[in-house]
Design a protein around this ligand. Structure first.
Ligand code: SER
Length: 314
């Protein structure tokens, strides 16, 4: 992994991943791409406008920059995908197969994230195993399962070095997510700092897996640097950090902002999606095969989120 092209680099994961990769591998070796024009976040290194549904453009940019790795992040999240299923299929699947084709033709290492959304109501809900039933009931989930299978196919059929993780909800103070079911767990911190109150669209008692962004970024680098001989799985590894419901976030915030008030106004669409996903997932395969571990639990993350957002608000 010496020269890396990142798609969707202005998204929630991409904006922070590009920064981290540039610190680790050198700014000029990270080619940030997005369908949107460059913003201030990306000006320390190369940036190209790329629509991942345009396979020729993706191929040309990858070839011109002589990259050896693609990290393919461009995708729609679960709630948006549910509102626009055909658009989601075209972008999530069309973009993925274009990126995989570029990896095959140019012999590149490949990463793309899967999600807890790849599980469905018939999946065991607690400590969900690495290998289990995957019958999701959302368009996003259908895309993620198909994506996992497609990446495994490119590995077994063409020998493309594809690797992936099933991300839980990702929490960060830098770029807000958009259109996801787990977004409440980010909004709650912004609102806690601004208004000392939050109305959750996910109901009390609905637990989902979550993770703080620095752990999520370290996981990508660790997995991509892992010895391929040790990988029994590839697409995609369960990884988890914090299994929590809205009231768990509420209590964690009240430790630092005692007057914080949490109320509920449940959105039936996102609630249904959340209920179809696991409460917590088992990441022991990732730990065993490539040493996955996290640094942040709910309390440590909460403290840092509140500190950083308070600084930002000044
Ligand atoms: N955070 C994502 C979503 O809510 C899950 O992968 O859509």
């Amino acid at each position: 992994m010496k020269k890396i092209l990142v798609t969707g680099s202005r998204g929630q994961i991409g904006s922070e991943l590009v920064r981290k990769l540039r610190e680790t591998y050198g700014a000029s070796n990270i080619i940030a791409t997005d369908i949107r024009k460059m913003d201030d976040d990306h000006k320390e290194g190369p940036f190209e406008v790329v629509d991942v549904t345009d396979s020729d453009r993706l191929f040309t940019v990858a070839k011109e920059h002589n990259v050896d790795t693609i990290m393919h992040l461009a995708a729609l999240l679960s709630a948006t995908a549910e509102a626009m299923p055909k658009v989601a299929w075209d972008l999530n699947m069309g973009g993925l197969i274009n990126a995989l084709e570029v990896a095959r033709e140019l012999d590149l290492q490949f990463f793309t994230p899967s999600s807890i959304g790849a599980f469905g109501p018939s999946t065991p809900k607690d400590n969900t195993p690495q290998d289990t039933l995957q019958r999701p009931t959302t368009m996003y989930g259908v895309n993620k399962v198909a994506g996992e299978l497609l990446c495994d196919y490119y590995y077994s059929r063409y020998g493309v070095d594809t690797r992936g993780v099933r991300y839980p909800g990702l929490i960060s103070h830098v770029t807000p997510p958009g259109g996801g079911t787990t977004d409440y767990a980010v909004e709650i911190y912004y609102e806690a700092v601004k208004n000392k109150a939050y109305t959750s669209y996910i109901g009390e008692g609905t637990s989902m897996d979550m993770m703080y962004m620095p752990d999520a970024l370290n996981a990508i680098i660790q997995l991509m640097e892992a010895d391929p001989g040790k990988l029994e799985h590839r697409n995609a590894f369960n990884i988890s950090a914090i299994a929590a419901a809205p009231e768990d976030f509420g209590k964690a915030i009240q430790k630092y902002i005692p007057e914080f008030k949490l109320s509920y106004e449940v959105d039936p669409i996102r609630q249904t999606i959340a209920e179809s996903w696991p409460n917590s997932i088992d990441s022991s395969a990732a730990a065993k095969e490539w040493g996955f571990k996290v640094e942040y639990d709910l309390d440590k993350m909460t403290k840092e989120m509140l500190d950083r957002l308070t600084e930002k608000n000044k």
